[in-house]
Design a protein. Structure first.
Length: 248
Protein backbone atom coordinates (compact mmCIF):
# COMPACT_ATOMS: atom_id res chain seq x y z
CA UNK A 1 0.00 0.00 0.00
CA UNK A 2 2.87 2.32 0.88
CA UNK A 3 4.52 1.73 -2.51
CA UNK A 4 1.21 2.27 -4.33
CA UNK A 5 0.58 5.59 -2.60
CA UNK A 6 4.11 6.68 -3.44
CA UNK A 7 3.56 5.87 -7.12
CA UNK A 8 0.24 7.73 -7.21
CA UNK A 9 1.79 10.84 -5.67
CA UNK A 10 4.82 10.79 -7.98
CA UNK A 11 4.95 13.29 -10.83
CA UNK A 12 5.16 10.35 -13.23
CA UNK A 13 5.82 6.61 -13.03
CA UNK A 14 9.53 7.08 -13.60
CA UNK A 15 9.70 9.23 -10.46
CA UNK A 16 8.29 6.47 -8.25
CA UNK A 17 10.73 5.27 -5.61
CA UNK A 18 9.36 1.74 -5.31
CA UNK A 19 7.48 0.84 -8.50
CA UNK A 20 9.11 -0.64 -11.58
CA UNK A 21 6.93 0.17 -14.58
CA UNK A 22 6.78 -2.62 -17.17
CA UNK A 23 6.45 -2.11 -20.90
CA UNK A 24 3.58 -4.59 -21.25
CA UNK A 25 1.25 -6.83 -19.24
CA UNK A 26 3.30 -9.82 -20.38
CA UNK A 27 6.48 -8.29 -18.98
CA UNK A 28 4.66 -7.45 -15.74
CA UNK A 29 3.39 -11.02 -15.36
CA UNK A 30 6.83 -12.46 -16.13
CA UNK A 31 8.51 -10.32 -13.46
CA UNK A 32 5.70 -10.94 -10.98
CA UNK A 33 6.25 -14.70 -10.87
CA UNK A 34 9.98 -14.83 -11.58
CA UNK A 35 12.02 -16.40 -8.79
CA UNK A 36 15.03 -14.76 -7.19
CA UNK A 37 17.26 -17.46 -8.67
CA UNK A 38 16.12 -16.53 -12.17
CA UNK A 39 16.61 -12.82 -11.38
CA UNK A 40 20.12 -13.51 -10.12
CA UNK A 41 21.13 -15.45 -13.22
CA UNK A 42 19.35 -13.38 -15.88
CA UNK A 43 21.81 -10.97 -17.46
CA UNK A 44 21.22 -9.24 -20.77
CA UNK A 45 24.31 -7.04 -20.74
CA UNK A 46 27.85 -6.91 -19.38
CA UNK A 47 26.76 -4.26 -16.88
CA UNK A 48 24.16 -6.56 -15.31
CA UNK A 49 26.84 -9.19 -14.76
CA UNK A 50 29.09 -6.88 -12.71
CA UNK A 51 29.28 -7.42 -8.95
CA UNK A 52 28.92 -4.15 -7.08
CA UNK A 53 26.67 -2.51 -4.49
CA UNK A 54 23.89 -0.07 -5.25
CA UNK A 55 25.26 3.44 -4.86
CA UNK A 56 28.82 2.45 -5.69
CA UNK A 57 30.59 2.00 -8.99
CA UNK A 58 32.22 -1.15 -10.32
CA UNK A 59 35.94 -1.10 -11.04
CA UNK A 60 37.18 2.03 -12.81
CA UNK A 61 37.58 0.28 -16.15
CA UNK A 62 33.95 -0.87 -15.99
CA UNK A 63 32.28 2.24 -14.53
CA UNK A 64 31.23 3.56 -17.94
CA UNK A 65 29.36 0.35 -18.73
CA UNK A 66 26.52 0.98 -16.27
CA UNK A 67 23.63 2.62 -18.14
CA UNK A 68 21.25 5.07 -16.50
CA UNK A 69 18.29 2.68 -16.63
CA UNK A 70 20.22 0.04 -14.66
CA UNK A 71 21.26 2.52 -11.97
CA UNK A 72 17.62 3.64 -11.65
CA UNK A 73 16.40 0.04 -11.39
CA UNK A 74 18.94 -0.75 -8.69
CA UNK A 75 17.84 2.32 -6.75
CA UNK A 76 14.24 1.09 -6.78
CA UNK A 77 15.35 -2.40 -5.71
CA UNK A 78 17.29 -0.84 -2.84
CA UNK A 79 14.25 1.23 -1.81
CA UNK A 80 12.03 -1.87 -1.87
CA UNK A 81 14.57 -3.84 0.17
CA UNK A 82 14.82 -1.22 2.90
CA UNK A 83 11.03 -0.82 2.97
CA UNK A 84 10.68 -4.57 3.44
CA UNK A 85 13.18 -4.44 6.31
CA UNK A 86 11.48 -1.47 7.96
CA UNK A 87 14.53 0.71 7.45
CA UNK A 88 13.31 3.49 5.16
CA UNK A 89 15.93 5.72 6.79
CA UNK A 90 18.77 3.77 5.16
CA UNK A 91 20.66 5.58 2.40
CA UNK A 92 23.40 3.09 1.53
CA UNK A 93 24.08 -0.63 1.60
CA UNK A 94 26.29 -0.47 4.68
CA UNK A 95 23.29 0.84 6.67
CA UNK A 96 21.60 -2.52 6.13
CA UNK A 97 24.57 -4.86 6.58
CA UNK A 98 23.15 -6.31 9.80
CA UNK A 99 20.26 -7.79 7.80
CA UNK A 100 22.38 -9.61 5.20
CA UNK A 101 22.28 -12.91 7.04
CA UNK A 102 18.50 -13.11 7.37
CA UNK A 103 16.56 -15.68 5.40
CA UNK A 104 14.21 -13.15 3.80
CA UNK A 105 16.92 -10.66 2.78
CA UNK A 106 17.20 -12.02 -0.76
CA UNK A 107 16.54 -8.66 -2.43
CA UNK A 108 19.07 -6.97 -0.15
CA UNK A 109 21.75 -9.49 -1.14
CA UNK A 110 20.78 -8.97 -4.77
CA UNK A 111 21.25 -5.19 -4.69
CA UNK A 112 24.09 -5.04 -2.11
CA UNK A 113 26.18 -8.12 -3.01
CA UNK A 114 29.54 -6.73 -1.86
CA UNK A 115 28.24 -5.55 1.52
CA UNK A 116 26.54 -8.92 2.01
CA UNK A 117 29.70 -10.82 1.06
CA UNK A 118 28.41 -12.61 -2.03
CA UNK A 119 31.90 -12.38 -3.51
CA UNK A 120 33.73 -13.16 -0.27
CA UNK A 121 34.25 -16.81 0.67
CA UNK A 122 34.82 -16.18 4.35
CA UNK A 123 32.13 -13.63 5.28
CA UNK A 124 29.51 -16.11 6.35
CA UNK A 125 28.66 -19.39 4.65
CA UNK A 126 24.87 -19.37 4.44
CA UNK A 127 22.72 -17.69 1.78
CA UNK A 128 25.60 -17.38 -0.71
CA UNK A 129 23.60 -18.85 -3.59
CA UNK A 130 21.71 -17.49 -6.58
CA UNK A 131 18.39 -18.64 -5.12
CA UNK A 132 19.16 -16.50 -2.04
CA UNK A 133 19.86 -13.36 -4.07
CA UNK A 134 23.60 -13.44 -4.75
CA UNK A 135 24.12 -12.41 -8.36
CA UNK A 136 25.67 -14.90 -10.72
CA UNK A 137 28.38 -12.38 -11.56
CA UNK A 138 29.51 -12.43 -7.92
CA UNK A 139 29.58 -16.20 -7.69
CA UNK A 140 31.09 -17.13 -11.05
CA UNK A 141 34.78 -17.87 -10.94
CA UNK A 142 34.99 -17.57 -7.17
CA UNK A 143 36.81 -20.89 -6.89
CA UNK A 144 39.32 -19.93 -9.58
CA UNK A 145 39.90 -16.58 -7.87
CA UNK A 146 40.45 -18.31 -4.55
CA UNK A 147 43.01 -20.72 -5.99
CA UNK A 148 44.73 -17.87 -7.85
CA UNK A 149 45.08 -15.79 -4.66
CA UNK A 150 45.83 -18.50 -2.10
CA UNK A 151 47.12 -21.36 -4.22
CA UNK A 152 45.70 -24.86 -4.08
CA UNK A 153 45.67 -24.92 -0.28
CA UNK A 154 42.82 -25.18 2.21
CA UNK A 155 42.07 -22.12 4.33
CA UNK A 156 42.21 -22.31 8.11
CA UNK A 157 38.53 -21.90 8.85
CA UNK A 158 38.23 -23.56 12.27
CA UNK A 159 36.76 -21.00 14.64
CA UNK A 160 33.51 -19.52 15.99
CA UNK A 161 31.99 -18.57 12.62
CA UNK A 162 32.77 -21.97 11.12
CA UNK A 163 31.15 -23.71 14.13
CA UNK A 164 28.09 -21.48 13.93
CA UNK A 165 27.72 -22.38 10.27
CA UNK A 166 27.63 -26.11 11.00
CA UNK A 167 25.21 -25.58 13.88
CA UNK A 168 22.93 -23.69 11.48
CA UNK A 169 23.41 -26.39 8.84
CA UNK A 170 22.32 -29.03 11.36
CA UNK A 171 19.25 -27.00 12.36
CA UNK A 172 18.33 -26.55 8.71
CA UNK A 173 18.57 -30.29 8.11
CA UNK A 174 16.42 -31.02 11.14
CA UNK A 175 13.75 -28.63 9.91
CA UNK A 176 13.81 -30.24 6.46
CA UNK A 177 13.46 -33.75 7.88
CA UNK A 178 11.11 -32.90 10.74
CA UNK A 179 13.51 -34.53 13.18
CA UNK A 180 14.79 -33.59 16.64
CA UNK A 181 18.19 -33.65 18.32
CA UNK A 182 17.09 -36.74 20.24
CA UNK A 183 16.17 -38.63 17.10
CA UNK A 184 18.21 -41.21 15.26
CA UNK A 185 18.61 -39.09 12.13
CA UNK A 186 20.42 -36.39 14.10
CA UNK A 187 22.44 -38.66 16.39
CA UNK A 188 23.52 -41.14 13.71
CA UNK A 189 23.80 -39.05 10.52
CA UNK A 190 23.95 -35.31 11.26
CA UNK A 191 25.86 -34.98 14.56
CA UNK A 192 28.92 -37.08 13.55
CA UNK A 193 29.43 -34.92 10.46
CA UNK A 194 28.96 -31.63 12.32
CA UNK A 195 31.30 -32.62 15.17
CA UNK A 196 34.00 -33.66 12.74
CA UNK A 197 33.74 -30.54 10.59
CA UNK A 198 33.86 -28.21 13.61
CA UNK A 199 37.10 -29.75 14.89
CA UNK A 200 38.90 -30.64 11.66
CA UNK A 201 37.82 -27.86 9.32
CA UNK A 202 38.40 -28.74 5.68
CA UNK A 203 40.02 -32.04 6.64
CA UNK A 204 36.63 -33.20 7.87
CA UNK A 205 35.53 -33.45 4.24
CA UNK A 206 37.84 -36.45 3.80
CA UNK A 207 35.48 -38.60 5.85
CA UNK A 208 32.28 -36.65 5.22
CA UNK A 209 32.39 -35.49 1.59
CA UNK A 210 28.70 -36.19 0.91
CA UNK A 211 25.58 -34.89 2.62
CA UNK A 212 24.24 -37.98 4.44
CA UNK A 213 20.64 -36.93 3.88
CA UNK A 214 20.43 -35.89 0.24
CA UNK A 215 23.64 -37.25 -1.27
CA UNK A 216 24.95 -33.93 -2.59
CA UNK A 217 28.69 -33.26 -2.47
CA UNK A 218 29.50 -30.69 0.21
CA UNK A 219 32.28 -29.28 -1.96
CA UNK A 220 29.58 -28.24 -4.43
CA UNK A 221 27.42 -26.52 -1.81
CA UNK A 222 23.71 -27.03 -1.33
CA UNK A 223 20.41 -25.41 -0.51
CA UNK A 224 21.14 -22.04 1.14
CA UNK A 225 24.87 -22.62 1.69
CA UNK A 226 27.82 -21.87 -0.53
CA UNK A 227 30.10 -24.38 -2.15
CA UNK A 228 33.06 -25.34 0.02
CA UNK A 229 35.42 -25.74 -2.93
CA UNK A 230 36.66 -22.15 -2.74
CA UNK A 231 37.36 -22.53 1.01
CA UNK A 232 38.76 -26.07 0.90
CA UNK A 233 40.23 -26.31 -2.62
CA UNK A 234 42.92 -28.88 -1.79
CA UNK A 235 40.56 -31.28 -0.05
CA UNK A 236 38.03 -30.72 -2.85
CA UNK A 237 40.70 -31.84 -5.35
CA UNK A 238 41.58 -28.54 -6.97
CA UNK A 239 44.88 -29.95 -8.26
CA UNK A 240 43.04 -32.44 -10.41
CA UNK A 241 40.61 -29.76 -11.62
CA UNK A 242 43.41 -27.31 -12.44
CA UNK A 243 45.29 -30.02 -14.36
CA UNK A 244 42.15 -30.98 -16.30
CA UNK A 245 41.44 -27.34 -17.23
CA UNK A 246 45.04 -26.70 -18.34
CA UNK A 247 44.83 -29.69 -20.67
CA UNK A 248 41.58 -28.56 -22.32
Amino acid sequence: MFATEDAVKAADWNASRYTLLQSSFGAFEKNRVESMEVQSTSVTSVAEHLCYDHGSAPSDDMAGLVPEYLAARRLRHFNIAKLHLGRTDATKCSDLKAYCGETDSRLLRFVCPETCGCNDDLSGFFYKTEADGCMQGCLWGREEKSVAEYGCFDKNVVGPEWSLFWDAWAEFKLIKTGGTKNGSVYLERIKPLVDSMKVLGCAGLVNFSVDPLDGTHLCDGGTHFQQLYSICPETCDCRTLVTERSEE
